[in-house]
Write a protein that binds this ligand. Structure first.
Ligand code: UGA
Length: 444
C-alpha cells in the first residue's frame, strides 16, 4: 500500500479527462483510493499505464509510477469503469469560444457518456464537476443531461456535485494534497457525505466549504478574477512607478505588509498567461453579459494584461534604437516557470511583436521548446540552451522566471530586458550591462 493510505476508507474513483486537473486527481491513489483515468488519446493512455505523465508537472511522474506499479492507477478509454465507481470526476477542458464565452461541448459529451453508464448502474454514484464552468452549468446543463439520458433522479438515484480545483501548474501535486480549502457544492446530503469521506484522506484542518453547485462555480471564477485583478493592478502601478522613478518592488513589498493586502500575487511582470486566468476572466465577463451585467473591471483586467507584454518589446527597442534586423534572445516561453505550458503565454505576444517590428528571434526554454515549435514553426530560431540563445544577441528579453536564467550574466554582452526581475541589478551594473525591467527605478 502507498504511504498515507486509509485502510477501510478506500473508494473507487474514475476521472474523465487526462489534462492537468484529471492527472492531479490521480493523487487520490496516494491515499489508497483506486483511480481510473478515462481519456480518448491512446498515446496518453499508454503513457499513464506505463507510469509516465503525459505533461511536465513536478512530482506527477512519481505519483503515476507508484500508482501504476501498485495497481491503484490505470487509464482506459472504456466508459464502463464509471459503473464500477463510487465517484466520477469530470475534468475535461472548457476552452474559450472565439467571443470569449465558454465552450461546454466536452462537458456535454462527457455528461452524456456518464449518463449512459448511470442507466444500468446498480448503486449510488456521485458525479463531480471539477472542470471550471460558468455559474448554473452543473444545475442547468449537466444535471438535465444526466437525468434525461439515465432516466434516473439526481439526489435519489445518483449524486451530483461541483468541486472546483484551485491547483497551480508547477505545484499541482502539492496543491492537491495541501489545498487551502475544499469547496463542495452539492444538491443533497448523501453526495456531500460521500465526498466528505473521499476527502477525509486530506488533513482534517483544511476548511471544507459546503455550498450549492452554482455558488461553487462562482467561487472558482471570483477567485481567479481576484488573483488576475491583483496582477493587472500591480502591472498598472508598475507602469506608473517607472515614470516617477519609483521601484514597484519596493512599493509591492511595503503594501504587502498590510495584513489586509498581503504579499502574494503582487509581482509585476509581462502579464498573466496560462490556461486559466485569461480564459476564466473572459468567460465570467461573457456570462455576466448574458444576465444583463457589464463588468467593466473584468474588461480592464484583460485590457491591461493585453498591453503589458508589449512594454518589454518597447523597452528592448529603446535599448538598441530600433529592432529592424536586430537579433533578440528570448529566454523563457512557458507562461511561468516549472511548466511546459505555453497557453496564452506573454512570450507569444512578445515574440509576435518582435517579429512584427522586423527583429530576428532566437528563443530558449528549458521545457517548452516542443510547444513553441508548434506555435512559431520556422519563423524563429530555437536554441539548445541559454548560452546558444544569448550568443551574438543585440538584446535579451527574459519572459519566464526559470531558475537557470538567474546566472546568465557571464554569457551576456548585450542589454537585458527582464520581465521577471530575476537577476541581481547591482551585479549587472558592475559588469557594465544595461539591465531594465517593468516598473523599475533606474532602468539601465
Ligand atoms: C491559476 C490559479 O492560481 C489556481 O489557483 C487555479 O486553480 C488555476 O489558475 C486554474 O484555474 O486552474 P495557474 O494558471 O497555474 O493557476 O498559475 P498562477 O501561478 O496563478 O499564475 C498565473 C499567471 O499570473 C502566470 O502567468 C504568472 O506569471 C502570473 N503572475 C502571478 C504574475 O505575473 N505575478 C504574480 O504576482 C503572480
Amino acid at each position: 500500500m502507498l504511504s498515507g493510505a486509509v485502510e477501510g476508507e478506500k473508494m473507487r474513483v474514475s476521472v474523465v479527462g487526462t489534462g492537468y486537473v484529471g492527472l492531479t486527481v490521480a493523487c487520490f491513489a496516494k491515499f489508497g483510493h483506486d483511480v481510473t483515468l478515462l481519456g480518448r488519446d491512446r498515446k496518453k493512455i499508454g503513457m499513464i499505464n506505463s507510469g509516465r505523465s503525459p505533461i511536465y508537472e513536478p512530482g506527477l511522474d512519481e505519483i503515476l509510477k507508484l500508482g501504476v506499479d501498485s495497481g491503484k492507477i490505470k487509464a482506459t478509454d472504456d466508459y464502463n469503469v464509471v459503473k464500477k465507481s463510487d465517484v466520477v470526476f469530470i475534468c475535461v477542458g472548457t476552452p474559450s469560444n472565439e467571443d470569449g464565452s465558454i465552450d461546454l461541448s466536452q462537458i456535454k459529451t462527457s455528461s452524456t457518456q456518464i449518463a449512459e453508464q448511470l442507466k444500468t448502474a446498480g448503486h449510488f454514484i456521485v458525479v463531480v464537476v471539477k472542470s471550471t464552468v460558468v455559474p448554473k452549468t452543473t444545475a442547468c446543463v449537466v444535471k438535465p443531461i444526466l437525468e434525461e439520458i439515465s432516466g434516473k433522479k439526481c439526489g435519489a438515484d445518483f449524486g451530483l456535485s461541483m468541486n472546483p480545483e484551485f491547483l497551480k501548474e508547477g505545484t499541482g501535486v502539492e496543491d492537491f494534497i495541501h489545498p487551502d480549502k475544499i469547496v463542495l457544492g452539492v444538491f443533497d446530503e448523501k453526495s456531500y457525505k460521500i465526498l466528505e469521506k473521499l476527502y477525509s484522506c486530506l488533513d482534517s484542518k483544511i476548511p471544507r466549504v459546503r455550498t450549492d453547485p452554482t455558488t461553487a462555480e462562482m467561487i472558482k471564477y471570483v477567485q481567479n478574477s481576484a488573483l488576475a485583478s491583483r496582477v493587472s493592478f500591480i502591472n498598472e502601478m508598475a507602469n506608473i512607478c517607472e515614470k516617477f522613478s519609483v521601484d514597484v518592488n519596493d512599493v509591492a513589498y511595503a503594501i504587502g505588509l498590510d495584513s489586509r493586502i498581503g504579499p502574494k500575487f503582487l509581482k509585476a511582470g509581462p502579464g498573466f498567461g496560462g490556461s486559466c486566468f485569461p480564459k476564466d476572466v473572459k468567460a465570467l465577463l461573457s456570462a455576466a453579459r448574458t444576465v444583463g451585467e457589464n463588468p467593466s473591471m473584468l474588461e480592464t483586467i484583460l485590457d491591461v494584461n493585453a498591453r503589458q507584454p508589449r512594454r518589454l518589446v518597447d523597452m528592448a527597442e529603446r535599448a538598441v534604437g530600433g529592432l529592424k534586423n536586430k537579433s533578440i534572445a528570448v529566454l523563457g516561453l512557458a507562461f511561468k516557470a516549472n511548466t511546459d505550458d505555453m497557453r496564452e503565454s506573454p512570450a507569444i505576444i512578445v515574440i509576435k511583436d518582435l517579429l512584427g517590428r522586423g527583429a530576428k528571434v532566437r528563443a530558449y526554454d528549458p521545457k517548452a521548446m516542443e510547444n513553441a515549435k508548434e506555435i512559431f514553426s520556422d519563423s524563429i530560431e530555437y536554441a539548445k540552451n541559454k548560452e546558444e540563445c544569448l550568443r551574438d544577441a543585440d538584446v535579451c528579453i527574459i519572459t519566464t522566471e526559470w531558475d537557470e536564467f538567474r546566472n546568465i550574466l557571464p554569457y551576456v554582452k548585450c542589454p537585458i530586458v527582464d520581465g521577471r526581475r530575476i537577476i541581481n541589478p547591482e551585479e549587472a551594473r558592475n559588469r557594465g550591462i544595461t539591465y531594465m525591467g517593468i516598473g523599475w527605478k533606474d532602468n539601465g
